[in-house]
Design a protein around this ligand. Structure first.
Ligand code: GLC
Ligand code: CA
Length: 564
């Protein structure tokens, strides 16, 4: 057993989507040598760890979330020697490495799946979830009516047979059968392989889908948006599987684990991260990121609801405080850019909104996760046609909208553009030169965001009002302030639809975080128990010295006060 230091409680994690970060050899695709050349930039921001979206061998049907070899680096990213060098260069800078572990499914090109399909008697058959189809009125139907998280049936027919395999995501992502102990043995070995290389932790992709309810059967829930979800979300053996990974491998290393949850039930969510459960250190809970779309369906926008945002952002901080640990997230590779949502008028308030969002999010309790480009206020791209979108999900959903629901193509495109994951995946904007400095001129795999001449790292660093420098200040403040790191969160003005106000409290010391989440100036009165004469401004995205009991906050103004 390794001593657990809980280093992640003081960590700041920077997420890299390797395809789009930095293209070192000018072939249009980001790579490990490119990443290495930017480590100082990441370190200077104040990050202490990097989470890499999948670097493994993969046919890239879902850009790496379909792994064909868990122990190999994708040749477009580099070699295993490049990876080892990346580890060494990170170590030199005190940056820990967190790997993405996609264990709900593999690629259909993984050797296990190819064997399973080629030979029905192979032991690999039982690595996956394969069942005969059902015959009805002379037609062959899938074994159950479950719907994939990427739309359409969750079953694909195996060519030339009446058998189907389960895929909760794309057809090229067959689900692993976690019931099979041999699968879990493989997974333990894979994790050990990376931990022995010095990796400090894992982000578990859609982990709460690993366990399914057996025997598999139809979902008869009439109102359920996604048929089958009650049989594959938070399944009966989830807690047991997580504990097994801890007992068998994680506990031997000083690791950090964060699970990406898919629509988790709140009771289960809490159990996953309870310290005493021995399951995960934390989860991503994206509730606040559903505050401007309908039922969490990102392609169906709805007016921004600040009450929902506050509940989503601050709820877990309050709920998990005594028993677990939390994460703080504004963006990732599956989301639109934060300055381009929540009803923000980006053209007018990009700097204010970017710094506002950072302040109100990362002054909370939990480990901050910063997604590449967020630290310079990158915006959504102005895509003009479907063929600029590389994410298969954009196309699945477009097809469902136009074919199944007969939406006009223009409308479908506009909806897709509201929620497309592609916005997060355009190349990182380093400067205003050729291809935004992403590479030396080869056409990037995903088109650039045309805003790059105005929004790029070089320009931001030289600007009077720099988002990056604001992040630096914010992260430095957190690092040095025990209340910011460990204080308990308390929500104030819970009913306000314009202001977000909360305090952090530790051993009699208090911080007060105040933000005007709107484009209009707002009057704000200090919550009871706080006195203007005893508060000092520690951080703000406007100039402010003057303090009164009642103040007017400008558009997207955010302030950290400290009680003195
Ligand atoms: C997670 C990943 C996403 C991927 C999906 C299937 O949600 O973040 O990018 O498509 O899982 O692996
Ligand atoms: Ca490259």
């Amino acid at each position: 057993m390794a001593q657990k230091t809980n280093w992640f409680e003081n960590a700041v994690v920077y997420q890299i989507y390797p395809l789009s970060y930095m293209d070192g050899n000018n072939d249009g695709i980001g790579d490990i040598p490119g990443i290495i050349s930017k480590l100082d930039y990441i370190k200077d921001l104040g990050a202490t760890a990097i989470w890499f979206s999948p670097l493994y061998a993969s046919p890239w049907k879902d850009y790496g979330y379909d792994i064909s070899d868990y122990r190999a680096i994708h040749p477009a990213f580099g070699t295993m020697e490049d990876f080892d060098r990346l580890m060494a260069e990170c170590k030199k800078r005190g940056l820990r490495v967190i790997m993405d572990m996609v264990l709900n499914h593999t690629s259909d090109q993984h050797a296990w799946f190819r064997e399973a399909i080629a030979d029905p008697n192979s032991k690999y058959r039982d690595y996956y979830i394969i069942r005969p189809g059902r015959k009805k009125n002379g037609k062959l139907l899938p074994p159950t009516n479950w719907v994939s998280c990427f739309t359409g049936s969750a079953w694909a027919r195996i060519d030339g047979t009446d058998d189907f395999y389960l895929h909760l995501f794309a057809p090229e992502q067959p689900d692993l059968n976690w019931e099979n102990p041999a699968v879990r043995d493989e997974i333990v070995d894979i994790m050990r392989f990376w931990l022995d290389k010095g990796v400090a932790g894992f982000r578990f992709d859609v982990f709460n889908l690993w366990s399914k309810v057996y025997p598999l059967r139809d979902d008869r829930g009439l109102l359920r948006l996604q048929k089958g979800s009650s049989f594959f979300v938070d399944g009966p053996r989830m807690h047991e599987f997580l504990r097994e990974l801890n007992t068998r491998v994680l506990s031997e290393y000083d690791t950090y684990t964060v699970g990406e949850s898919y629509l988790p039930d709140p009771e289960h969510a809490h159990r996953y991260i309870r310290r005493e459960s021995g399951e995960l250190d934390s989860i991503f809970d994206f509730a606040h990121l559903t505050s401007d779309n309908l039922f969490g369906l990102k392609f169906i926008p709805k007016p921004f609801d600040l009450l929902r945002f506050k509940l989503g952002l601050l709820g877990p901080q309050i709920k998990y405080f005594a028993t677990g640990w939390n994460t703080l997230v504004l963006e990732n590779h599956d989301c639109v850019r934060s300055v381009s949502r929540f009803g923000i008028k980006t053209e007018q308030y990009r700097y204010e909104a970017a710094t506002f969002l950072a302040l109100i999010t990362f002054m909370g309790w939990g480990t901050p996760f910063i997604y590449q480009g967020e630290e310079i206020g990158m915006t959504n791209a102005d895509f003009t046609s479907m063929d600029q979108l590389k994410d298969p999900v954009s196309h699945f959903v477009f097809d469902t909208m136009t074919k199944t629901f007969r939406f006009p193509r223009g409308l479908a495109f506009r909806l897709i553009r509201c929620g497309a994951r592609d916005h997060a995946r355009t190349p990182m904007q380093w400067d205003d030169g050729v291809n935004a400095g992403f590479n030396a001129g080869e056409t990037p795999w995903q088109c650039l965001n045309s805003a790059y001449p105005e929004i790029n790292v070089r320009r931001d660093l030289n600007a009077e009002r720099s988002v990056y420098r604001f992040y630096q200040q914010l992260l430095a403040f957190r690092r040095e302030n025990p209340v910011a790191l460990r204080g308990e969160t308390r929500l104030h003005l819970p009913k306000s639809r314009r202001m977000i106000v909360y305090s952090r409290e530790l051993e009699g010391r208090r911080l007060l975080i105040v933000g005007n989440f709107s484009a209009r100036s707002r009057k704000f009165r200090l919550p009871s128990g706080f006195h203007a004469t005893r508060l000092a401004v520690r951080l703000t995205n406007y100039d402010r010295q003057l303090l009164r009991r009642e103040m007017t906050l400008r558009p997207y103004e955010a302030i950290v006060f400290e009680e003195i």
